[in-house]
Design a protein around this ligand. Structure first.
Ligand code: AHG
Ligand code: MN
Ligand code: MN
Ligand code: MN
Length: 290
């Protein structure tokens, strides 16, 4: 089993690196890295910068033996020979919503921590966190079943909310993909939700999920007719976000089961993502089962 002291080191290191990620954004506003990532997506210079900063810092932590990123084909062995194979693996989306940089909208970083080796099921995550680069930089962390939100200022992390829970009354929804590409059952479900909640969709999962955590409601990037497994990646987006939302009293689903129970088969596997207020997740599963 891993040394769980190192989990604190991972969380603190993410907080310490976040300001450097933010500082690197202005100079990389419109620059592409000219490469594609394992998901076949265009990689921006900001993606590469964030990935390298987190690789450097997280790979140097005693007790972290594996580093995997949305931007890298395979997990990297970062054991320094002392920890051997026993140790923590970190799965990271270094810059989530990086296409929002050109339009100066919110972006984030998503991190999952598990015993090595990856890929890991969400149930095996020992911690999950996201950083939100919004008007201020915040970090939301799920550990041992509870969620804490921190403000990050100059690399210092200050807890501002403990035992975070989704509000009882849901208010917002945000659904990704193009409407004509939604399967009929999701389309019908979306029509119902639209008549009940307010639309909040910003195009970066972390920003949209943080709205759901703050106000209650549902975020989904569903299965599409053109992409039956949706767009988001289980290891780097779906599982860590589900860990946080479920620890905050919400629910998650791939359409049939909790995202935490989805069998990990490939480091970059995609999964339909629905997270938020349990009532809306249950209604979604019923709509898709019909
Ligand atoms: P990333 O920038 O890490 O590749 O993630 C982008 C994802 C996610 O942040 C967001 O929910 C989704 O892409 C938005 O997709 P659309 O642009 O299709 O709405
Ligand atoms: Mn990407
Ligand atoms: Mn992402
Ligand atoms: Mn990303």
């Amino acid at each position: 089993m891993a040394d769980y002291e190192a989990v604190d080191d991972v969380i603190e290191t993410v907080a310490a690196v976040a300001p450097d990620v933010r500082a690197g954004l202005p100079g990389r506003r419109l620059t592409e890295a000219g490469v594609e990532n394992p998901s076949g997506e265009t990689v921006t210079a900001a993606d590469v910068h964030a990935d390298e900063l987190f690789f450097e810092a997280l790979g140097a932590i005693d007790g972290v033996v594996e580093f995997a990123s949305e931007e890298r084909e395979a997990a990297v062995d970062v054991a320094d020979g002392t920890a051997g194979e026993d140790g923590l693996a970190v799965a990271i989306d270094p810059l989530d919503g990086s296409s929002n940089l050109a339009s100066n909208n919110a972006m984030g970083t998503i991190v999952g921590v598990a015993d090595a080796p990856l890929p890991a099921a969400g149930t095996d995550l020992v911690a999950a966190a996201y950083v939100l680069y919004g008007p201020i930089t915040t970090m939301t962390v799920a550990r041992e079943g509870t969620v804490t939100t921190y403000v990050i200022d100059g690399g210092e992390m200050t807890a501002v909310e403990e035992d975070v829970e989704l509000p009882d009354e849901p208010v917002v929804y945000g659904f990704g993909g193009r409407v004509p590409d939604w399967p009929d059952a999701f389309h019908d479900y979306a029509r119902e939700v639209e008549s009940e909640l307010k639309l909040r969709y910003g195009g970066a999962m972390v920003g949209d999920v943080n709205q759901v955590l703050s106000y209650g409601g549902i975020f989904a990037y569903p299965a599409l007719d053109s992409a039956p497994n949706g767009k988001l990646r289980l290891q780097f987006e779906g599982a860590p976000i589900a860990k946080i939302i479920e620890a905050a009293g919400g629910a998650s689903s791939d359409g049939e089961r909790s995202l935490l129970s989805v069998e990990p088969t490939d480091l970059h596997q995609r999964v339909p993502v629905h997270v938020g207020t349990a009532e809306y997740v249950e209604r979604l599963e019923a709509a898709l089962a019909d």
